[in-house]
Write a protein that binds this ligand. Structure first.
Ligand code: 5AD
Ligand code: SF4
Length: 453
């Protein structure tokens, strides 16, 4: 009997159990959370609305920045009372935090309320770990060597019209600030056939947005001599029947080849938007980060896209306060932002990650300086977006309607192909479908429009 069968049998004999899974961090981790839910559903669990009425709680964690880890420790700490009032409660921690030895050790020593830890590529061990816990094991763990991944695991998807599809796991780049290669292991691509079949099923099931995910999607296939390249994968997914939009994340600027850019520009289902994390506008810092491109090279990619489509949308990630980032380095980032005119940026204050190369650098920049740089960056981006969004005013935009607008009742929000947030009046029944709007006004976080069809 497999562990899954044994767990099913065990749960079948008891009153129905409820699970609560909470994911932190990036979309790949959210996707893992959906797989964890899929496994739990197959085992016979239903899902609780909150931690307080759950028999099983899994925190699916992120390790990219320290504040994400601190939040999880805070939450686990506060769960002690849940365990006191419900001794049968099982608490598990999965995701990237578990793959750091010092963190796994801290959980084991200081948080006895935690029953098990589940590594990032050990998802299929979950039924076995749960059985161990039910059989009285004090601390069950599988934090393996991040080599495999769970193919064929059913997912409980959060949305009925937007789906993420991981295409690869791990990262080979070793950017000096980043913990990912240590917690997710080396790049492993899924078989293109499996990916294409999955997208075909999703499209047939009415999904309107397919988000292809990987730490570095444009090196897809490089780990296998028989596999197709990322541009070819995009071409084949573009050819799948159905009305849906294709997005992908994240791309590394060093691998943004001309072929890839041409495929993005030429495939009608592929969004006219590229998320291209630049991290810094200073060549000195880029070298220290081991990013393997220069600002000049990055701008060649931007200029090529804009020469073919002058309104092409770009978003980016920026790290503020990398060790010993000078005023001059920071100003170089500001100039790059003004030159590129991003539609949105995701900016982060550098967070020291034990085990990475950058963690060994003796940093002389104060926290105050870093915070004030961050504030300035956000201010500048607001000005850039407000001005740059003007290009859409008076034009039509096809938008996937996502949810009711939080600020205005009777209004909806959605996203355009360019990944621009749009707000407009409309019926909630439109959620999950495409509408055409005319853009009336540009704001600094979104555009406002009215539905024309
Ligand atoms: N500190 C701050 N930001 C980081 N990122 C990755 N590692 C760190 C770190 N140590 C950011 C990068 C990356 C995004 C997903 O998270 O900008 O692109
Ligand atoms: Fe981290 Fe760099 Fe890999 Fe992105 S590409 S996951 S920043 S090491």
């Amino acid at each position: 009997m497999t562990d899954m069968e044994a767990l099913r049998e065990r749960l079948g004999g008891e009153k129905p159990k409820k699970a609560f899974v909470r994911s932190f961090g990036c979309q790949l981790n959210v996707s893992d959370g959906e797989k964890i839910k899929g496994l739990l559903k197959s085992a016979g669990y239903s899902f609780a609305e909150s931690e307080s009425d759950a028999d099983l709680i899994i925190l699916n964690t992120c390790a990219v920045r320290e504040n994400a880890e601190d939040r999880v420790f805070g939450i686990v700490g506060s769960m002690k009372h849940l365990k006191d009032s419900n001794p049968g409660l099982i608490i598990g921690i999965s995701g990237c935090m578990t793959a750091q030895k010092h963190i796994a050790e801290k959980i084991r020593k200081s948080y006895p309320q935690v029953d098990f830890v589940l590594g990032t590529s050990a998802l299929n061990s979950l039924p076995g770990l749960l059985l161990d816990c039910m059989n009285g094991s004090k601390f069950a763990a599988d934090t393996n060597e991040y080599t495999g991944f769970a193919e064929g695991t059913e997912q409980v998807r959060e949305s009925s019209f937007k789906a993420s599809v991981p295409i690869m796991f791990g990262c080979n780049n070793f950017c000096t600030y980043c913990i990912v290669p240590y917690v997710r292991g080396r790049e492993r691509s899924r078989r293109s056939e499996d990916i294409i079949n999955e997208v075909r099923q999703l499209a047939a099931g009415g999904y309107k947005e397919i988000m292809l995910l990987g730490q570095n999607v444009n090196s897809y296939g490089n780990d296998s001599a028989d596999e197709i390249s990322f541009p070819e994968l995009l071409r084949r997914i573009n050819a799948i029947e159905g009305d849906f939009i294709i997005r992908f994340m994240s791309s590394h600027p060093k691998d943004a080849t001309r072929e890839l850019l041409d495929v993005i520009l030429g495939c009608e289902k592929v969004a006219k938007h590229l998320h291209l994390p630049v991290q810094s506008g200073s060549d000195r810092i880029l070298a220290e980060m081991n990013r393997r491109y220069t600002v000049k090279k990055y701008l060649e990619t931007v200029d090529y896209l804009r020469s073919r489509d002058k309104d092409f949308s770009l978003t980016t990630d920026i790290i503020v306060g990398f060790p010993n980032e000078s005023d001059e380095d920071f100003e170089a980032t500001v100039s790059l932002m003004k030159r590129v005119k991003y539609d949105n940026i995701y900016s982060f204050i550098y967070s020291k990650r034990t085990g990475t190369k950058a963690a060994e650098i003796d940093d002389r920049i104060s926290d105050d300086v870093k915070s004030s740089r961050m504030r300035r960056l956000l201010e500048i981006q607001r000005e850039i977006a407000a001005e740059h969004y003007q290009r859409f005013v008076g034009r039509r935009m096809r938008v996937l309607v996502e949810e009711p607008c939080k600020k205005r009742s009777g209004w909806l929000t959605g996203k355009s192909s360019e990944f621009i947030i749009a707000e407009f009046e409309g019926e909630p029944s439109l959620i999950g479908s495409f509408v055409e709007i005319e853009v009336i006004k540009a704001m600094n976080w979104a555009v406002e429009g009215k539905i024309i069809s």
